[in-house]
Design a protein around this ligand. Structure first.
Ligand SMILES: [Zn+2]
Length: 161
């Protein structure tokens, strides 16, 4: 008997929540909210411009995707951001999570703070670009409807109390 690493069991696929929405990720989904506070005190978040062919294509949200079977939300968020961008978050602890529970389906936002705002390049085909965006200007951005709906709650995640 050998102890091995369990194969990855993908959560890729569409499902419906109790509210009747169609969602990507049969085991739920997770995304990474990368935050930064500049020397003047203004807050910034890293937004992903989603490819036009994707669900709610053309809108701006946060990098993320389907959780694998048994995968924690934080692990999924870190995996997805590394698949979709070159942002380096190894060694940066998560500051908090917000679980948006739709009934039978959840989206977990994992927040962490970066000390700087590095340029972020796209990996893969799901994104057009990444942009650091001032929180004060989010109202002017065509946001992904899920991100927009959760933002009032997500905004407080990982803020120092
Ligand atoms: Zn839903």
């Amino acid at each position: 008997m050998t102890a091995g690493v369990a194969p990855r069991t993908s959560g890729d696929g569409w499902t419906y929540c109790a509210q009747g929405h169609k969602h990507w990720g049969i085991h739920g989904a997770a995304g990474l909210l990368a935050r930064h506070r500049d020397p003047a005190g203004a807050e910034w978040v890293l937004l992903q411009h989603r490819a036009s062919w994707s669900h709610h294509g053309g809108t701006w949200g946060i990098p993320g995707g389907a959780r694998d079977l048994g995968e924690s939300a934080e692990d999924a968020a870190r995996r997805e951001v590394s698949e979709e961008s070159d942002l380096e978050v190894v060694g940066i602890d998560a500051a908090g999570e917000f679980v948006d529970d739709h009934g039978g389906w959840t989206y977990t936002t994992v927040a962490l703070w970066l000390p700087v705002m590095p340029p972020v390049a796209v990996r893969g085909a799901e994104s057009v670009e990444f942009a650091w965006t001032p929180v004060a200007g989010l109202g002017d951005v065509p946001l992904h409807p899920g991100f927009a709906a959760s933002w009032p709650a997500v905004r407080g995640v990982g803020l120092a109390g």
